[in-house]
Design a protein around this ligand. Structure first.
Ligand code: AHR
Length: 318
């Protein structure tokens, strides 16, 4: 080989290597997750991890176990690791200003997913990619009011106090309930979005209301709390799905199984397969597309026994 050919060959090789290293210099993204409190959350984590793998993204994952201080620590550690972007699914809406200022000072773009944050300066984060929790509450409320024929008592299982999912769903549901003066929420308590929490709170409701006497419906801010409540009601000899109507949010496989078994009635689906939607925004942003709407909305839909079998089939990939 002449030395010119050799030099050309080497240059082409180097250029190819450089191009490779830009794409293979995988993006590093820090993802601070709420925890693993519900089936929905676990499915969402899997969607993020699967998509990162498929896209060759180096995902630094941190599960905060529903502890706000752990979540702040995780974000600070992503900043120290100089990741390319940070994705946060916030536990609660408050307490974010300082750490987001630190991310901004380090020039690391932050994307809020799932739950919301309340910051004085909205420019501290690029955008939020999430479903409309208020709409979920209104959908659940509209179904509930119709099922109750506009009158009677209901009990409410509230999600994590201070979380956008609990607050916005509750506001949405209450706005619909307010149109029905003969409907009353007689008990309302947080079960922290967990099955165990839902079971314990329902046990206390059962005691306090003489076995849910005069209660027509249970409204749960997520399916897992309702699944726990169903256990409690059955253990108390009650018939959820029949004597006591149910409506919840998430649309996890077990709630459709409960509907098919006649133990539950309706659930508003919160999509958990949103890893691709989230990384599409992160990648496009890092690639130079900065004009994102502040809220990229993920649609939600209500399901009942009418389509439970079909939805479950899809979810289980059959
Ligand atoms: O933020 C979304 C909520 O968080 C889901 O509805 C619930 O299951 C989870 O814990």
């Amino acid at each position: 080989m002449s030395s010119l050919k050799y030099l050309l060959g080497a240059a082409v090789g180097l250029a190819a290597l450089a191009a490779m290293s830009v794409s293979a210099l995988a993006l590093t993204v820090g993802f601070s997750q709420v925890g693993h409190e519900s089936d929905w959350r676990t499915a969402f984590t899997k969607s993020m991890q699967d998509e990162a793998k498929a896209e060759g993204i180096d995902l630094k994952f941190s599960d905060a176990n529903q502890k706000e201080e752990d979540q702040l620590k995780a974000v600070r550690s992503f900043i120290a690791q100089k990741v390319d972007a940070i994705v946060i699914a916030p536990i609660v809406v408050t307490g974010w200003d300082q750490v987001l200022k630190e991310a901004k000072a380090a020039n690391i773009p932050v994307f809020i997913v799932d739950r919301d944050v309340d910051t004085a300066d909205k420019s501290l984060w690029v955008c939020r990619i999430a479903a409309d929790f208020n709409l979920e509450g209104r959908l659940a409320g509209a179904w509930a009011m119709q099922a109750m024929v506009g009158r009677g008592n209901l009990v409410e299982l509230v999600g994590t106090v201070g979380s956008a999912a609990a607050e916005y769903r509750r506001t949405g549901f209450n706005a619909v309930e307010a149109l029905f003066p003969l409907v009353k929420t007689v008990k309302s308590q947080s079960g922290d979005f967990t099955t165990q929490g839902g079971k314990e709170v329902m046990e206390s409701f059962i005691k306090a209301t003489d076995g849910l006497k005069d209660v027509k419906l249970v409204w749960a801010h997520n399916d897992n709390m309702l699944l726990g409540a169903i256990q409690a009601m059955k253990e108390a000899g009650l018939h959820p799905g029949k004597d006591i109507l149910t409506v919840s949010v998430d649309g996890v496989p077990d709630i459709f199984k409960a509907m098919l078994a006649g133990d539950a009635n309706a659930s508003v689906e919160l999509r958990s397969d949103i890893g691709p939607d989230i990384f599409a925004v992160v990648k496009a942003y890092l690639g130079g597309k900065h004009d994102w709407p502040k809220w990229v909305v993920i649609p939600s839909a209500l399901h009942t026994i009418a389509d439970a079998a079909e939805v479950l089939k899809k979810k289980e990939g059959n």
